[in-house]
Design a protein around this ligand. Structure first.
Ligand SMILES: *Cc1c(COP(=O)(O)O)cnc(C)c1O
Length: 368
């Protein structure tokens, strides 16, 4: 069954093998006589699913033992409130504003703490990354927030900032929603990481939080109990009913990730090699083209989300309808920036990116 290539920014394409396995297990999960959707979250079957998912994720991302993995709900936007409620103590927090998502995080945090902008690329219309050495960080900050992949603007931090080396020894909080599991994470530089699952891990409804143990237990009085990281951690993500089916689907994706190899590389390292190859195929085509352009500085272009524009914007609709006929779906850019966006997460094979480039070349020729 050949399916079209799906470039959605999220909820995004999932590996076909994962969907097929879920379909095969839909009515009867491994002889239990139940769908995963019908199981008690406190039962032995779901207990196994949850434990396996966490163990696989820890292995894939090399998460150290002094970090807790929390399976939550609410998405990235809820975390914009949940993080300050847990980590700010109502005091100062520094934000690096690099695009739409970090901007949203900053604005939401102002309801709960003294949110400050340490750096912003707004003067560049979100096309570059301010060098960490220029960030105005305060020693009194409870944490520093960055979005390591700006899904809408197509900007990715190729390296996590080393706050200690910048003379600011406070926890770094990263929103890694849209590139989690696409590359390794240097946990020595991280205090907490969060992300919605629907870009690179599974279906919507699951939010992943990875938080250093020593940061737990300082939630503000007004923090909802179900969103207090310590409560969630103490209850192994089962204080309330977790998003069971989404956790199961993410768990299948983790197993798929573990099976992936690229030469000698395995798992996330294999995905990273593929993601580099996919992104460079697309960007190099765009850069030599007379019709398309991408305006992000080369050193911070996202491997996951590639926004691009037609020099003749009146051709946008023709581009999109032709793409759809060619089996290339959901290429329309975010409404706030316009143009096109190709999201090429882990589940997108290089053949899909090649098909997109072939279509773009064909479309460009017909414009001459
Ligand atoms: C998609 C996304 C979010 C928002 O996630 P929701 O699940 O819609 O709340 C937050 N941050 C980033 C970087 C994202 O890509």
């Amino acid at each position: 069954m050949a399916r079209p290539y799906n470039f959605s920014a999220g909820p995004a394409a999932m590996p076909a093998e994962v969907l097929q396995q879920a379909a095969a297990e839909m009515l009867d999960w491994r002889g239990s006589g139940m769908s995963v959707m019908e199981m008690s979250h406190r039962g032995q079957e779901f207990g196994t699913i949850l434990k396996t998912a966490e163990a696989d994720l820890r292995e894939l991302l090399a998460i150290p033992a002094h970090f807790r993995v929390l399976f939550m709900q609410g998405g990235g936007l809820a975390e914009n409130a949940i993080v300050p409620l847990n980590l700010s103590r109502g005091e100062a927090v520094d934000f690096v504003v690099t695009g739409s998502w970090s901007q949203k995080s900053f604005k939401e945090a102002r309801r709960y703490c003294t949110a400050r902008v340490a750096a912003s690329n707004e003067p560049d219309h979100h096309t570059s990354l301010p060098a960490p050495s220029t960030w105005q960080l305060g020693q009194d900050a409870r944490y520093v927030h960055v979005c390591t992949n700006e899904t809408i603007n197509g900007i990715e931090m190729q390296e996590l900032p080393d706050l200690r080396a910048l003379g600011c020894d406070v926890p770094l909080v990263i929103d890694f929603s849209s590139h989690v599991a696409s590359r390794p994470v240097d946990w020595s530089r991280v205090g907490a990481a969060f992300g919605g699952a629907q870009k690179n891990l599974g279906p919507a409804g699951l939010t992943l939080v990875v938080v250093r143990e020593d940061l737990l237990g300082h939630a503000m009085q007004i923090c909802p109990t179900a969103f207090d990281y310590k409560t969630v951690a103490d209850n192994h993500s089962m204080y309330n009913t977790p998003p069971t089916f989404a956790i199961y689907m993410a768990g299948l994706t983790f197993q798929w990730l573990k099976r992936q190899t690229e030469g000698k590389l395995q798992g996330v390292a294999a995905m990273e090699a593929r993601n580099i190859a996919k992104a460079s195929l697309l960007y190099s085509y765009i850069d030599q083209s007379a019709l398309y352009h991408n305006d992000v500085s080369v050193n911070c272009r996202s491997r996951m989300n590639v926004p691009f524009f037609l020099r003749d914007e009146s051709r946008n609709d023709a581009f999109l309808s032709g793409a759809k006929s060619a089996g290339l779906l959901q290429l329309k850019g975010h409404k706030s920036v316009g143009g096109m966006r190709a999201s090429i997460y882990n589940a997108m094979p290089i053949e899909g990116v090649q098909a997109l480039v072939d279509y773009m070349r064909h479309f460009e020729k017909t414009q001459a």
